[in-house]
Every structure is written in structure tokens, then in C-alpha cells.
Design a protein around this ligand. Sequence first.
Ligand code: PMP
Ligand code: GLN
Length: 379
Amino acid sequence: PQSRLPALGTTIFTQMSALAAQHQAINLSQGFPDFDGPRLLQERLAHHVARGANQYAPMTGVPALREAIADKTRELYGWQPDSDAEVTVTAGATEALFASITALVRPGDEVICFDPSYDSYAPAVQLAGGVLKRLPLVPPHFRVDWQAFRELVSERTRLVIINTPHNPTATVWHEEDFAALWQAIAPYEIYVLSDEVYEHICFDPQGHTSVLGHASLRQRSIAVSSFGKTFHMTGWKVGYCVAPEALSAEVRKVHQYLTFSVNTPAQFALADMLRAEPEHYRELPDFYRQRRDAFVQALAPGRLELLPCEGTYFLLADYSAISDSDDVSFCRWLTTEVGVAAIPLSVFCADPFPHTLIRLCFAKGPETLSAAAERLVKL
Ligand code: PMP
Ligand code: GLN
């Protein structure tokens, strides 16, 4: 058939996890924990299955979960969304992102995102007929050049896709980034899709800065999050988005025909978990900071040069002291010959990427991380 996405292959995460399995490599490529989520969450899931909460959930999500999300938003970002009109539960953040892009982007609309960016944005924009404009983020700091950003913005811009803490660069945005974003887009009718799936994995002393904390920006924004990251349950595929009523209504038009609704007992279990153990997400930065620091320390004697990690569970490493091959070849070699799987950074970029950077996931138990580090320091 004539493809609508002719240049697209299988995602790098599927490829690298398969290669890791084939070669029994330690898999630090695809981002997922190798430990389980909270016991309480598992018990609540079993409870809701046993009591028969097994039929379709309401299209927008079960009220108990939407209310818990609205309360969490107020606790963290100082503003309470209307849980009926402004919170929508989705099949992971992936669905929220796809539904939002599909709902907002019309053929010919320009969409601004950053380079590198998480891999699911571009195909969704392409399917919607949008024109992607990518602003490069330059290593090692990957900060946004706001002057260059303003030059990309025009009457043709419909949507800006942002992501903090940022996958794959592990950088985070501060108040001044949101102020600059608002200044650049305020004169136009531009929307913001804010991917905040790592909102609870932020090592900045100030904590995570959400688009929902900005009184002007949030009136034009869809904020997306994922319980997969927060509760170490990436396989549950439950996420959500928060947006003003009119924007939520547009996203729901797509959501109702993309998935209609999301796994019912999992939603009840997550609602119970948010109410019963909010300390789980409050303590998550410390939980992952310990893993990050232990991994950085274990890698220190080696020749990988580590970049700063301000958030997410990913660490970037420059391998130029070890090899001069391109990053895709280096990651394949690392997986098949060294026994550690990683993600090459160029796959998140549209433009040719001259850097020698790989992404390592440290959402792993201490034994996994020290076994991987043992192999990596020998390089
Ligand atoms: N956005 C980013 C930046 C991610 O890293 C991921 C998954 N790792 C997602 C979205 C998708 O989240 P989910 O698994 O909830 O669909
Ligand atoms: N978001 C995860 C990562 O960046 C992967 C999710 C997926 O495999 N779709 O590794």
C-alpha cells in the first residue's frame, strides 16, 4: 500500500529492547523500571477486579481518579482544574499526545518542537498534515535559544510542543523559560502541548515547574502526564491530560474514537493510591536521585563522559574517547559485544546529528546498575 508514513520504521525502543533480549544484554535502552510498583497499587487493582469494576469506564475517566488528579494539581502547582471538564484520563501519555495533536493541528499548520524531541510527536504531526519546525537544542546544556524561538513563531504557528523534564536530554525548564514562551506566543492564537510525564522525577531544588502553574499559559495549554513513570508501572498505560474546558472538549472528541475509555480497575486503583500514599510521588525525586548518583559514581572511573542530569531517569554519555563510530552503530556494538543496551541520541533528531551521545536508563535496581557500570568502565 502507499504509506502515509513512508520514512518511518519501528521505534528505536522496540528495536533496542529486542536486540538486548536477543543478546542477553543489560537493557538500559527503553525507559522502564526493572522493579515493581507499590504493593498497595497491586492490591487495589486486585480488589477492584474482584468487586466487578470490569466494564467500560466513563469516556473521560472515572470521577474518583479525575478528582484525585485535580487535587494533586492544586497541591503541586497551586491551581485546581475542574475535574469534570478539564481532566481526561487517557491510555498512557502517548494517547493524550496523539489525541491532542490530532485534535488541534490542521493541514498546513506549523508546529514547533525541539530537536531532540521524544519520538512520538513528529509522526502524529505528520499524519495531521502539520508542518514541523524544529529548534535545535545544543549540547552540553541544551537550553532554548529564545531569540531563535521567536523567529520561528508566526501567524502560521498553531502548536508548540514542550517537554520538561526533557527526554532525552535530562534538562528541566524554569520559570524564565515559561515566561519567555508566553512572551513569544501571547500575540498569536497558539496552543501549547506540555509533555510532563517526568513531573515527579525532577532533581531541581525548586522542583518541577509545570505549565499549569503559569496563569496565562495554562489557558492555552494541554498538560500531559503518565502514571507509568510515577508508579513504576509503565505497562499499565494510564495517563491523563489537563486543559481548559474548550481544549479538553476537542481532545475528547478524538479520545472517544481512539480508545473511548481506559482500563477501569486500574483507574480505581490509581485513585486509591493517590489518596492513600501521596508520599510515593513526593519522595520520587530522592528515590531516583540516589540511583542517578550511584550510577554516576560507578561510571566515574570509565571513559564515558557524563552530562548533567536534572530530571527524568535518563543519563546522557559522550563516548568520543572510546570510539569514533556513529551513535547508532556504537549502540548496536555496545549491545551485542559489551552486553549493555543504550539509545543513540540521533534518533530523537530530525537534522543530521554530529554528536557522540547515548542515553542510559537508570530506573534499575542497584545490582543491574552496578553490573552495567562494571562492563562500561572497561571500555
Ligand atoms: N512522553 C515522554 C517524554 C516519554 O518519555 C514517554 C514514555 N517514556 C511518553 C511520553 C509516553 O508515556 P506513556 O508510557 O504513559 O504512554
Ligand atoms: N518513553 C520510553 C523511553 O523513552 C519508551 C516508551 C516506548 O517504548 N514507547 O524510553
